[in-house]
Design a protein around this ligand. Structure first.
Ligand code: SF4
Length: 396
């Protein structure tokens, strides 16, 4: 693999001459090259710092040279970014999950903030965008969701663009009106349920300790028959990793046909727990075929290492942050101040805030380069890289 400096010079030359395809190839290679260097040795951050968000400096140089900066050049330059914007519509939630960071801080998004976020996303370069509604529990602010998605669909149609919608829910509040709306608008739902009664209630307690499981099961059953595109997502922790197969069987037994298993980030996985995770995933991939269930981890590209994924997220107060550190840091406000990007209104071009896995790793190493969180970060990174190199279900 060529040196980063050479790749950057080649990309700059190609962009200056209108060779956008070639430039994209060089930039991809550069992103992979610096990621590899930093993930092997995180003490190289200072040496690699010139490559953190290097696209902005590159754009400034092209402008200074008098190169015409049109949409095609910008698309080539920022192609690596995600087409998704997350709206964190409320911090309120009925649950008190052990791993939650968000709900401790009150907040609810105003229609004006939601609209500003949508206009920002749709004002970008992409013809296909995705809007994700998140919380807290977003269905506690269903009025905000409905209004925002209706507006996004209208504005996208007017601009000749496509807007897709995704909502992540704990499933405790699922009014019929919401199900009708999701069906009409083609929403995809991520329904969080960690497994059977004892697993779910141990990891995800209700406020006041109420037993809510019957309600959750009823709503899952309603969703199953509602004609809405959904998948169930269960989080595996070092504590319940020995039950991977049982939890998967349990969820499949309830009739759900699309199931995803996420390993918990922000937790340290020792060698024994990692081995159990890999073995469990392998068994589940075989079992899924027998049960006629789509094991999402096998069928669609989960971008590993997950700890380096990041989306631009609009908080209730209009601040935009990268969700990069949200799984690692318990203090949501502290995390937000470290990964703050901009405020809606001063945000500029949506696509220009794109980050690569390398950018995210550099930010994380900069923020958590020592102590307990460094150990967890490197552990989660290593786990994700092993998934990326050879998913355990391909070993069989
Ligand atoms: S359901 Fe989500 S927002 Fe609510 S407590 Fe659990 S993790 Fe936090």
């Amino acid at each position: 693999m060529a040196a980063p400096r050479t790749l950057l010079q080649d990309a700059e030359a190609a962009l200056g001459q209108g060779g956008f395809g070639e430039a994209r190839g060089r930039l991809d290679e550069l992103d992979r090259s610096v990621l590899l260097r930093l993930s092997r040795d995180d003490s190289r951050l200072e040496q690699l710092r010139p490559y953190v968000f290097y696209r902005r400096a590159l754009l400034a140089r092209l402008r200074a040279r008098g190169v015409r900066v049109g949409p095609e050049l910008l698309r080539a330059l920022f192609a690596a970014g995600s087409p998704r914007l997350i709206l964190l519509v409320t911090h309120a939630c009925q649950l008190r999950c052990a791993y939650c960071r968000v709900r401790r801080y009150p907040g609810r998004m105003s229609p004006q903030t939601a609209e500003a976020g949508i206009r920002w996303l749709l004002g970008g370069l992409r013809r296909e965008v995705e809007l994700q509604f998140f919380g807290g529990e977003p269905l506690l602010a269903f009025d905000v969701v409905r209004r925002a998605a209706s507006l996004a669909a209208r504005l996208a149609a007017r601009a000749g663009k496509t807007a897709r919608f995704l909502l992540t829910t704990n499933g405790l509040s699922l009014p019929d009106a919401a199900l009708d709306f999701f069906r009409e608008q083609g929403f995809r739902l991520e329904f969080s349920c960690d497994g059977d009664y004892s697993t779910q209630l141990r990891q995800r307690r209700a406020a006041g300790g109420r037993d809510y499981y019957a309600r959750l099961a009823r709503n899952l059953e309603r969703l199953r028959g509602a004609g809405v595109d959904y998948q169930v997502i269960a989080v595996l922790t070092p504590e319940n990793v020995g039950r991977v197969e049982e939890e998967f069987r349990y969820l499949a037994g309830l009739g759900h046909r699309r199931i995803q298993l996420n390993y918990a980030l922000g937790r340290f996985w020792n060698a024994r727990q990692e081995a159990a995770l890999f073995a469990g995933m392998r068994r589940v991939s075989e079992l899924a075929g027998e049960l006629g269930v789509e094991f999402i981890n096998s069928s669609s590209q989960r971008r590993e290492p997950v700890v380096l994924n990041s989306e631009l997220t609009v908080d209730c107060d209009g601040e935009v942050f990268r969700e990069t550190g949200v799984c690692l840091e318990e203090d949501f406000r502290g995390m937000k101040s470290r990964f703050l990007v901009t405020r809606l209104g001063d945000a500029g071009l949506f696509d220009a805030h794109a980050s690569t896995q390398f950018d995210n790793l550099a930010l994380l190493v900069g923020a958590y380069g020592r102590g307990r969180l460094r150990r967890i970060l490197l552990n989660n990174l290593d786990l994700g890289l092993r998934f990326d190199r050879r998913p355990p279900w391909e070993d069989a």
